[in-house]
Design a protein around this ligand. Structure first.
Ligand SMILES: *[C@@H]1O[C@H](CO)[C@@H](O)[C@H](O)[C@H]1NC(C)=O
Ligand SMILES: *[C@@H]1O[C@H](CO)[C@@H](O)[C@H](O)[C@H]1NC(C)=O
Length: 360
């Protein structure tokens, strides 16, 4: 396993959500799973065997032991959000590069402390927003930037929901105020907000207002909410995120000349091929408006690797750049995380303060 050419990952915490990234790291030719740590050695060993990790993968019964292993280059941290500040800081001090599950923090102040520690210790920070790394994403961006086909962006609408089971609402960390206090906003809303920022070239809106009737559980955790973002020049974006509706991952964009849609923006329906739909210069009615056209066209994008592996590779490239040539950590990914976090917290503030408009 001591291959010097790959980025050696340690997995800090054996949560079920770590399984996907462990597989993604193993698939990537430029990275390897070097060690996994849990708070008990039995749990770490059970995780390693459940995920078919080779016997040379180290297992640790404490997070500290993993941080002290000098062979670990980078950490994937899938811990509950309330533990991110503590463990991301400890990791940065030990000079481990950090791929942090989203939402990266409970508030932007905490995230700033994490990012500063990463910069001071020369380590890369990236959050785990995997759809950003799918090859479909730059292709969609090219359409949004096409002045003849799409024109100027006017509206973005995004929905991400799934239906939690009774067990989910009783036990899951995502509904617990002491673990993931941002609830649906931090889990599924994060992706919607990121998509809105992405479409708007990361230009922050002027104001944020939550929609009426958000749903909060008895612990005060949001389980369903929506919000509208507005920009000075009239651009608008809305999203709705929920644990109470069937699985939906919609994203739609309206421009002055065209539109674009997809229904699986966070997790594509299939791993190796994904598509999006676009129309340009539509509006040709048939006789007596009995139909219209042209229909939207489907653009199919194939990918050799799952989007999570693409993310691991992008992260690994930045890590290698720092390791091999002493470069500085890249600032793009932390800055995008930060903007997403600011908007997430603005939506929370609007909800908690009685649906006020929050000016940024
Ligand atoms: C979000 O969407 C769901 C399903 O359409 C709807 O019931 C709910 O009222 C919406 N919530 C907000 C706060 O926009
Ligand atoms: C949500 O907003 C309220 C009011 O602004 C604040 O007290 C609370 O800490 C925020 N919660 C989170 C998880 O950011």
């Amino acid at each position: 396993m001591a291959d010097e050419k790959v980025v050696r990952f340690g997995i800090l915490g054996c949560a079920a959500i770590a399984r996907k990234l462990v597989r993604a790291i193993a698939i990537s030719p430029t990275s390897s799973v070097y060690a996994v740590a849990s708070r008990s050695i039995d749990k770490a060993k059970a995780f390693a065997s459940a995920n078919n990790l080779p016997p040379e993968v180290k297992t640790y019964g404490s997070y500290e032991q993993l941080l002290d292993d000098p062979c670990v280059d980078a950490l994937y941290i899938p811990l509950p959000t309330s533990l991110h500040l503590e463990w991301a800081l400890k990791a940065a001090y030990k000079r481990k590069h950090i791929l942090l599950e989203k939402p990266p923090a409970l508030c932007v102040e905490d995230l700033d402390i994490i990012i500063e520690a990463c910069n001071n210790n020369g380590v890369q920070f990236m959050d785990g927003t995997m759809w950003m790394h799918h090859p479909r994403t730059p292709q969609m961006k090219a359409f949004l930037q096409n002045p003849d086909l799409f024109g100027d962006l006017k509206l973005v609408q995004s929905t991400f929901s799934y239906a939690g089971s009774d067990k989910f609402f009783e036990e899951d960390i995502r509904v617990k105020p002491d673990l993931d206090a941002l609830g649906a906003l931090g889990d599924v809303g994060w992706y919607c907000i990121r998509a809105i920022l992405w479409a708007n070239d990361y230009e922050m809106p002027q104001s944020v207002i939550a929609h009426p009737r958000p749903v909060l559980n008895e612990g005060g955790v949001v389980t369903c909410c929506g919000a509208t973002f507005s920009w000075q020049d009239g651009r608008v974006a809305t999203f709705n995120c929920s644990f109470h509706s069937p699985m939906t991952m919609d994203l739609s964009f309206l421009g002055s000349k065209g539109n674009m849609r997809l229904h699986d923006f966070v997790i594509p329906y299939e791993e190796n091929t994904a598509s999006f739909f676009s129309s340009a210069n539509t509006g040709k009615h048939k006789e007596i408006s009995s139909g219209w056209g042209p229909r939207s066209s489907e653009h199919i994008v194939t990918t050799k690797f799952p989007q999570e592996t693409m993310m691991v590779q992008e992260f690994g490239k930045l890590v290698k750049g720092i390791q091999d040539s002493g470069g500085k950590p890249d600032s793009l990914w932390p800055s995008i995380s930060r903007k997403t976090q600011i908007l997430l917290n603005a939506v929370n503030e609007s909800i908690q303060e009685g649906l006020v408009s929050v000016t940024l």
